[in-house]
Design a protein around this ligand. Structure first.
Ligand SMILES: Nc1ncnc2c1ncn2[C@@H]1O[C@H](COP(=O)(O)OP(=O)(O)O)[C@@H](O)[C@H]1O
Ligand SMILES: [Mg+2]
Length: 337
């Protein structure tokens, strides 16, 4: 496999700045997830790495070699597209074998069979090899699409929201499978998603993209626990981090604080808590979740309760200072370099 380095990459489409001065290094064998909302520039970034787009500025290196001007085929990236595109008239076997039979590769038939069967077993579709692609469920089709990337031994895997069209249960199953496969093969993977659960469970490191700008790169724990901007703090976690007005923290927040953010698991519920006057909206013992409101601001707390609090009843919260994150009006974390 290979390492990838993006150095100051930019790409615009007319007035739209899809990717802005993006720099990131992905180590050989690393699983990096680019996380961001729709339109953040995730697909464009993958297409730039694959050579399907050319950057307006910046360089791309693979294993230290500059590949900015080289053809897609010579880069040897396997791309799993968001919309799986199988050949409907071909069997599952032939769909999986297709990349191995390309004129560039021309593998021996026995080798093709061996690779296809190996990958089909990994993805638990070995019983479907004789079927036509159109006879599969959505989840099975997506496995074939991923399998078509896996049959080759590319230098890098580029995966564009490969699980987003699947139902929750299958998504979870394939998430674990893909990660297991990656670990056992030592593959370099750049994986794109808008799903923060996918990002935090799969990634060695997460890069958060917003409006074409890479906001922060770090391990899941680093970006969750130590976000540098408010958008990064809000991108990870469910329920989302609470964002509270600075007035509630008079004298306890650093100068210049506009927003105070605190994770639901860090909010305390106590009879003598320092923030009274919240009205309970929802309380679930099963999800350990309490939602309450004061002056139009909702607070989500993860709490253990023996008895539910009735909607409409009063609650008092504690927001321990050591768990509070302070942001300025521009959304930058205060005290960050
Ligand atoms: N070929 C294109 N022509 C014009 N605009 C494009 C093209 N590709 C992407 N864009 C725009 O660039 C921005 C980033 O798109 P994209 O990389 O697809 O984001 P994402 O994959 O994160 O949803 C969007 O505003 C999108 O409309
Ligand atoms: Mg996309």
């Amino acid at each position: 496999m290979a390492s990838i380095e993006l150095a100051g990459i930019s790409r615009s489409f007319g007035d739209v700045k899809a990717v802005v001065d993006l720099s990131v290094s992905v180590a050989d064998g690393e699983f990096v997830v680019l996380l961001g909302p729709s339109g953040a520039g995730k697909t464009t970034t993958l297409r730039l790495i694959a050579g399907l787009e050319r950057p307006d500025a910046g360089r791309i290196r693979m294993d230290g070699r500059d590949i900015t001007d080289s053809l897609p085929a010579s880069r040897d990236c396997a791309f799993v597209f968001q919309q799986y595109s199988l050949y409907p008239h071909l069997s599952v076997f032939d769909n999986l074998a297709f990349p191995l039979r390309s004129p560039l590769r021309r593998s021996e038939p026995a080798e093709v069979k061996r690779r296809v069967e190996e990958v089909a077993a990994m993805l638990h579709i070995e019983g479907k090899l004789a079927r036509r692609a159109t006879e599969l469920s959505g989840g099975e089709m997506q496995r074939v699409a991923i399998g078509r990337a896996l049959v080759r031994r590319p230098r890098v895997f580029l995966m564009d929201e490969p699980l987003s069209s699947l139902d929750a249960q299958l998504r979870e199953e394939l998430r674990v499978e893909l990660r297991r496969l990656q670990r056992s093969t030592g593959a370099t993977v750049i994986y794109v998603t808008h799903d923060h659960v996918e990002a935090t469970t799969m990634a060695d490191r997460i890069g958060i993209l917003e409006g074409g700008v890479l906001q922060q790169v770090g391990t899941p724990l680093e970006v969750y626990g130590d976000p540098h901007t408010l958008p990064v703090a809000q991108r990870l976690g469910s329920p989302a981090i609470n964002v509270l007005p600075a007035e509630w923290f008079d004298g306890r927040a650093p100068v210049g604080t506009a927003h105070v953010a605190i994770r639901p698991e860090d909010v305390r519920l106590s009879p003598d808590g320092e923030a009274p006057g919240f009205q309970v909206i929802e309380c679930s013992l099963v999800k350990h979740q309490l939602v309450a409101e004061r002056h139009g601001v909702e607070v989500h707390a993860r709490v253990m309760l023996d008895e539910p609090l009735a909607p409409g009843s009063q609650a008092r919260f504690g927001f321990p200072a050591e768990h509070c994150l302070f942001f300025d009006a521009a959304g930058r974390r205060i005290g960050m370099p």
